[in-house]
Design a protein around this ligand. Structure first.
Ligand code: FES
Ligand SMILES: [Fe+2]
Length: 391
């Protein structure tokens, strides 16, 4: 249990906002439990608490190695409302820093930049090298009296714990989240049979979403809505051949075996090398609390990242990775487009529904709901894991 900046205990904050009864019901066995109350999806105060207690404390998905491919590339990002900077240093190492100058606190970078050798604050031109060390402070001791060639002991940029798993960059703002290897292990070990290194970035899809970020992830991990919302996906793998998602600590996951590949899912594109027969007909997907969602097919990977904006609005970005030349080669253009179209259409089928979840949370007639005892452990567990991380 921690102490918040206002001096309240985190448990006190969480319980004060959600209510004791809601917390109790969240932990009941599935058939008797209820989910998070409306306030967790509608309140700015709750969103601030999530920023402080969830996004600052966990390993969060933060960016894409392919967005900063070369030394000197830098990307400003936002983690739980906090400005962070990802930089590839001259040795090719991806580093994370708080995106704030040590002088008067201007953000250093507001847009992606390339070819940098130093990070220069635009306000008074303090300059830091790509490892964050302060190097120059122009006119620091008076006109033309520069503080140049700092000995490295000046106030450098504050680092943020950063880890890279294949194409994906994660940060932990408070540095207390524990080992990144432990964080990613429940996904990594279930992806053992895929040569993820063979997957190349092929492109992205962006969506504006009229709902709280949590609804996008709850929806992503529960297959119960497939028959009603996704006719094509349902004919690909019907309900009778699906299983509920499973929980492995902070990671929720699911898979199915499909009988025949179809356009956009396994037709006309190279597969991961040396796949077993089983993996060659499998879809496998994960959510790692708080914000990394990841799906693997025999011929592609799709990451699904949802960024909170307001309590009731979010941004989604889907990135597609294909095997070897399939990512960019002209000869694969048609089948590659089919993968993008499949993801685009599938996601569009969800957007109106998750916006209804948001609208529904304005109703005092909703009390956290009742769950299917067969299908709904995962969306409930997602809420439990979020709350647990905040206590
Ligand atoms: S605020 Fe950055 S140099 Fe002054
Ligand atoms: Fe869906």
């Amino acid at each position: 249990m921690g102490v918040s900046s206002e001096g309240l205990s985190a448990e006190g904050d969480v319980e004060a906002m959600l209510g004791h009864e809601a917390l109790r019901r969240l932990d009941l066995p599935l058939a008797e439990a209820s989910g998070l109350p409306n306030v967790a999806y509608t309140s700015e105060a709750w969103q601030r608490l999530e920023n402080e207690r969830l996004f600052a404390r966990t390993w969060c998905f933060a960016g894409y190695a392919h967005d900063l491919p070369n030394p000197g590339d830098a990307v400003p990002i936002d983690i739980g409302g906090m400005p962070v900077l990802l930089v590839r240093d001259k040795d090719g190492v991806v580093r994370g820093f708080h995106n704030v100058c040590r002088h008067r606190g201007a953000t250093l970078l507001e847009e992606k930049a390339c070819g940098l050798t130093v990070l220069t604050c635009p306000y008074h031109a303090w300059a830091y090298d790509l490892t964050g060390t302060l190097r120059t402070r122009p006119h620091f001791h008076g006109g033309d009296k520069h503080d140049v060639g700092d000995d490295g002991n000046g106030p450098g940029l504050k680092p943020v714990a950063t880890a890279v798993w294949h194409h994906w960059i994660f940060v932990n703002i408070d540095g207390q989240a524990g080992s990144f290897d432990d964080f990613i292990a429940p996904i990594a070990r279930r992806c053992d049979g895929y040569d993820i290194g063979a997957a190349r970035y092929a492109g992205s899809l962006d969506f504006d979403v009229a709902c709280n970020w949590k609804f996008a992830l709850e929806n992503y991990i529960e297959p119960y809505h497939v028959f009603a919302a996704h006719p094509r996906l349902h004919s690909f793998v019907p309900m009778a051949e699906r299983e509920p998602s499973k929980c492995d600590g902070h990671v929720l996951w699911n898979f199915y075996q499909f009988r025949e590949p179809e356009e956009g899912r396994g037709v006309g594109l190279p597969y991961f090398p040396n796949l077993t027969e089983e993996l060659a007909s499998r879809g496998l997907w994960f959510v790692a609390v708080p914000n990394f969602a990841f799906e693997v097919y025999p011929d592609h990977i799709a990451t699904f990242i949802v960024t909170p904006l307001t309590p009731a609005t979010s941004r989604e970005r889907i990135d597609i990775y294909l095997i070897g030349d399939a990512a960019k080669g002209e000869q694969f253009a048609t089948q590659r487009q089919a993968v993008f179209d499949t993801w685009h259409d599938l996601n569009k089928e969800d957007l109106g529904l998750i916006a209804r979840l948001q609208r529904g949370r304005l109703s005092p007639g909703y009390d956290g709901g009742r769950f299917s005892p067969y299908w709904d452990e995962a969306p409930l567990e997602l809420s439990r894991q979020i709350v647990k991380a905040m206590l």
